[in-house]
Design a protein around this ligand. Structure first.
Ligand code: ARG
Ligand code: ASP
Length: 718
C-alpha cells in the first residue's frame, strides 16, 4: 500500500514536470527572472537582455505585431524585420486579404503570385498597421490601488478601465507612441505595452497560392505539410524614420534591429524559440467550461460551418471568378471549422474533462478550510448550468444568423451608415464612402451562393433550436412553402440585391432615406435576430460571463497559492511572448512516427493537376526536374517545413522561429491537428507548431520569383 502510494506520487511529480517542459508563452520582460536559465540549459546561447532590452537594440525590436487601424492592439498575425530597409516576412495567409484585394481576373496575384520589381512597384495596404514593442511595465500595483474588495463587478470593471486609460495616456504623453494595458493571469496582474505603430505597410511579394497555400484547406492544420506559407512586406516611414500615414514620399523604415537569417538548417533536438503575438489561450479553464466547448459549442458551430462550406466549395469549384471572390472567405470559415474538430478530438483523447475534474478535486480538498475558495467550484457549476442553453442560442445567432448569409449583415451596415448623423451632415462625402464600401462588398459577393446559404441556415435553425430561441422572422420561414420560397421572396423584394438600384438610391438619398431601408426584408430579418439577442440572450449571457470572469480570477489566484513553487505562465492575450522548445517529430498513433521535416520531394509526390490544392506550378516542376536547388538543399533535397514543441496559438502565425543564436530559421504558421487542443491543454508528446523552413522561403524568392535583389538586402549566415 505504502509502496504503491509513493510510486503514484512519483508518477504524479514526473507528470507535473513533463507538462512543464516546452509548455508556456512567456513574458519578455520576465525572462530574466523565470526562464533564461532553463532556456540556456536547453541550448540557447544568448542572454535575456539580447531578447528584451529597453536601453539598447534587442531582438524584440525586430518583431512586428500586424494589426488594423481601428484595432492596432489586436495583432492578427506576427511578422519580423529581415533587412535594414524595413523588409518584413510574414505568412502568405496573413497577407492573404492584402493579396486578394490587389487581385482581379487580369492581375490574378492570388493565383500567379506578385513580385515588385522595384520599391516603386510595392503596393500600399491602407488600414494595415505594424507595431513594434518599445517597452513593457508591470502596473498591477497601480491598478490594485484603486480597487476595493466591496466593489461590485461592474464597479471594478469601470475603475480598471478608467485607471488604465489614465496610465496609458500618462505613459505616452508628448510622444508618438501608443500604450495599452491588458490583464494577465485572469486579471491577477496587469502589464502595459508601449508601442510605436507604423501605418504604411506595403506588399513586396507573394508566391502563387499553389505554393503559399499549397495543400489548401485539405492540408491545413496537418502534418506532414508542404506549404510555402510566406509573403514579403515592407514598412515605410516619414522622413524622420517615424510613423507616418501613407505617402508616396515615405522612405523604407530603418529598424533598430533585424534578424539575421541562418541557412545552417535544423536537426531533431535543436533548441528553437518562437517570438510573437499569440492571441488567446484558455489553459486554466475548469472542467465545466471544457465540457460545454467539447459537447455543445464546438459541435454546433462545426455543423453550421459545414453547411456553409459545402455550398461555397461547390461554387468555387464551378467557376474561376467565384474562386477569387470566395477564396478569402472560405479560408476563414474553414480554418476555425477544422481547428474545432481537432480540438474535440484532442480533448477526448486526453480525457481533459476527467483530468480537470481530478485537479478540481485536489483543489477542493485544499480549499475546504479556506473561505475565499471553498464555494468556488460550486459557483462555477451553477453558472455553467445557466449558461448552457444561452451559449447555444448565441452560437446560432453568430454563426447562422447575423453572420450567416452575408446579405443579412450587409443590410444592417447600409442602414446604419445612412442613419448616422454624419450622413445627414455631410451627404456628399458619406454617400461616396458608402458607395465605395458597397463596391468592395459586391466585388466579392455572389447572389446565388448567398441565397443557398441563407436557405441552409434557416433549415438548421428549425432543426436544432427550440422555438423560444428562433427569431420571429425565421419562424415565418417554416411556413407551408418552406425556406426556399421564403428566401426567394426576400431576394425579390430587397433593394440590396440590385447594385445599380442601390447606387441610384444612395445618390438620391436624404437624411430620411434610411427609413426606406428599414422596410427591406433583410433588415427585418436582421432586426428580428438582433432583438431576440439583445432582449433575451445578451443581458443574461453577459451577466453570467462577467461572473465567470470574476471567478476565473479567484480560481487562478487559488491555483497559484496552492502550488506556490510552480512558475505559472499567463494565457495568451495578443501581447508579445516567447515560447521555446525543440525541433522534434512525434508519434500520431501507435506504430507511427512523423519525421520533423518535409522536403520538395514531398510536394512532387502530392502533385496532381486535377486537384486544385495539389496542383504544383509548372515552374516549380521544372526547377525540381533540373534540380536547380542552389545553396538551399540539405542532403540533396530542399527542406520545406519542420515541426517543434513550441507552445503557440492563433496570432503566432508569421512569428520568427529562431535558433540557439537568435538567427531566423523559419516562420511559424500552423499547428499539427493531433495537438490543437493546446489552447486548453498543452501536451509535449503531441503538440507541435509547424514552420516553413527559411531555406524554402529563400529558394522560392531566388529561384522561382527571380527576386534576388530582396535576398541582397538580407544578412545570411551559416
Ligand atoms: N491554420 C492556420 C492558422 O490558424 C493557417 C490558416 C490559413 N490557411 C488555410 N488553408 N485556411 O491560421
Ligand atoms: N495558423 C495560426 C495563425 O494564423 C497559428 C496557430 O493557430 O497555430 O496564427
Amino acid at each position: 500500500m505504502r509502496k504503491r502510494s509513493i510510486f503514484l506520487m512519483l508518477v504524479l511529480i514526473l507528470e507535473g514536470m513533463m507538462c512543464q517542459a516546452d509548455e508556456g508563452m512567456w513574458i519578455p520582460m520576465l525572462l530574466k527572472k523565470y526562464n533564461i536559465e532553463d532556456m540556456q540549459k536547453q541550448g540557447f546561447k544568448l542572454t535575456a537582455e539580447d531578447i528584451y532590452n529597453i536601453n539598447q537594440a534587442s531582438l524584440k525590436d525586430a518583431v512586428i505585431g500586424l494589426g488594423r487601424e481601428g484595432s492596432p492592439f489586436f495583432h492578427f498575425c506576427t511578422g519580423e524585420l529581415i533587412s535594414n530597409e524595413g523588409l518584413i516576412v510574414t505568412n502568405h495567409h496573413c497577407a492573404f486579404d492584402m493579396i486578394q484585394s490587389h487581385s482581379s481576373l487580369e492581375h490574378n496575384y492570388l493565383r500567379d503570385g506578385f513580385w515588385a520589381k522595384t520599391k516603386k512597384d510595392e503596393l500600399a495596404n491602407p488600414g494595415i498597421t505594424a507595431s513594434i514593442l518599445v517597452r513593457m511595465e508591470d502596473v498591477t500595483s497601480r491598478i490594485n490601488a484603486v480597487l476595493k474588495p466591496e466593489m461590485s463587478i461592474e464597479e471594478r470593471t469601470q475603475k480598471i478601465k478608467e485607471v488604465s486609460s489614465e496610465l496609458e495616456k500618462e505613459a505616452v504623453k508628448g510622444t508618438n507612441l501608443m500604450a495599452n494595458i491588458k490583464p494577465y493571469f485572469n486579471g491577477n496582474q496587469y502589464f502595459m505595452s508601449v508601442f510605436k505603430i507604423y501605418k504604411d505597410v506595403r506588399l513586396v511579394g507573394a508566391p502563387p497560392s499553389a505554393i503559399g497555400k499549397f495543400g489548401g484547406d485539405t492540408d491545413n492544420w496537418m502534418w506532414p505539410r508542404h506549404t510555402g506559407d510566406f509573403s514579403v512586406l515592407r514598412i515605410y516611414a516619414g522622413p524622420d524614420n517615424e510613423p507616418a500615414a501613407y505617402s508616396p514620399d515615405n522612405k523604407p523604415y530603418q529598424p533598430a534591429s533585424f534578424f539575421k537569417i541562418s541557412v545552417k538548417g535544423v536537426q531533431e533536438g535543436d533548441f528553437t524559440m518562437v517570438f510573437g503575438y499569440p492571441g488567446t489561450t484558455n489553459e486554466y479553464l475548469t472542467s465545466f467550461a471544457i465540457e460545454q466547448i467539447q459537447n455543445i459549442e464546438n459541435p454546433h458551430k462545426i455543423a453550421i460551418r459545414t453547411a456553409k462550406l459545402n455550398i461555397i466549395n461547390a461554387a468555387m469549384e464551378s467557376d474561376e471568378l467565384l474562386r477569387i471572390k470566395y477564396a478569402s472567405k472560405a479560408a476563414g470559415i474553414a480554418n476555425a471549422w477544422k481547428k474545432w474538430q481537432g480540438e474535440i478530438k484532442g480533448l477526448k483523447r486526453f480525457n481533459t474533462v476527467a483530468k480537470k475534474q481530478r485537479e478540481e478535486a485536489t483543489f477542493q480538498k485544499w480549499a475546504s478550510n479556506r473561505q475565499v475558495y471553498n464555494n468556488l467550484l460550486d459557483n462555477y457549476q451553477k453558472l455553467y448550468e445557466k449558461r448552457k442553453d444561452l451559449v447555444l442560442a448565441a452560437a446560432y445567432l453568430n454563426e447562422a444568423g447575423k453572420r450567416g448569409a452575408e446579405i443579412v449583415g450587409w443590410s444592417a451596415s447600409v442602414r446604419n451608415r445612412m442613419k448616422n448623423k454624419n450622413f445627414a451632415e455631410n451627404p456628399a462625402l458619406y454617400k461616396q464612402k458608402l458607395k465605395k464600401e458597397a463596391e468592395e462588398y459586391y466585388k466579392d459577393y455572389d447572389l446565388n451562393t448567398d441565397k443557398k446559404i441563407l436557405v441552409e441556415m434557416l433549415k438548421l435553425y428549425h432543426r436544432n433550436l427550440p422555438e423560444k430561441w428562433i427569431p420571429k422572422e425565421v419562424l415565418k420561414s417554416a411556413g407551408n412553402k418552406g425556406p426556399e420560397a421564403y428566401v426567394e421572396n426576400l431576394f425579390e423584394k430587397s433593394l440590396l440585391v440590385d447594385t445599380a438600384a442601390l447606387f441610384d438610391f444612395i445618390d438620391k438619398s436624404n437624411a430620411e432615406s434610411y427609413k426606406k431601408l428599414e422596410k427591406d426584408p433583410f433588415w427585418k430579418l436582421y432586426t428580428s435576430m438582433d432583438e431576440l439577442y439583445v432582449r433575451k440572450i445578451k443581458p443574461e449571457l453577459d451577466k453570467i460571463q462577467s461572473e465567470i470572469v470574476r471567478l476565473n480570477q479567484v480560481w487562478l489566484a487559488g491555483l497559484m497559492e496552492m502550488d506556490s513553487d510552480k512558475v505559472f505562465y499567463a494565457d495568451a492575450n495578443s501581447t508579445l511572448r516567447v515560447a521555446y522548445g525543440k525541433v522534434q517529430g512525434y508519434s500520431p498513433y501507435d506504430g507511427a512516427y512523423y519525421k520533423h521535416y518535409t522536403t520538395l520531394k514531398g510536394i512532387m509526390e502530392k502533385d496532381n493537376p486535377e486537384i486544385y490544392d495539389y496542383n504544383v506550378p509548372q515552374r516549380l516542376r521544372e526547377i525540381y526536374q533540373k534540380r536547380d536547388f542552389g545553396t538551399y538543399a540539405q542532403d540533396g533535397e530542399v527542406p520545406v517545413c519542420f515541426i517543434a514543441t513550441n507552445h503557440t496559438t492563433g496570432g503566432n502565425s508569421g512569428s520568427p522561429v529562431l535558433n540557439s543564436e537568435g538567427h531566423l530559421i523559419g516562420l511559424n504558421f500552423d499547428r499539427a491537428w493531433d495537438g490543437v487542443m493546446s489552447d486548453m491543454q498543452y501536451d509535449s508528446e503531441i503538440c507541435r507548431n509547424i514552420s516553413v523552413d527559411i531555406r524554402y522561403v529563400l529558394f522560392i524568392i531566388d529561384k522561382l520569383a527571380g527576386a534576388g535583389h530582396l535576398i541582397d538586402e538580407m544578412i545570411i549566415v551559416e
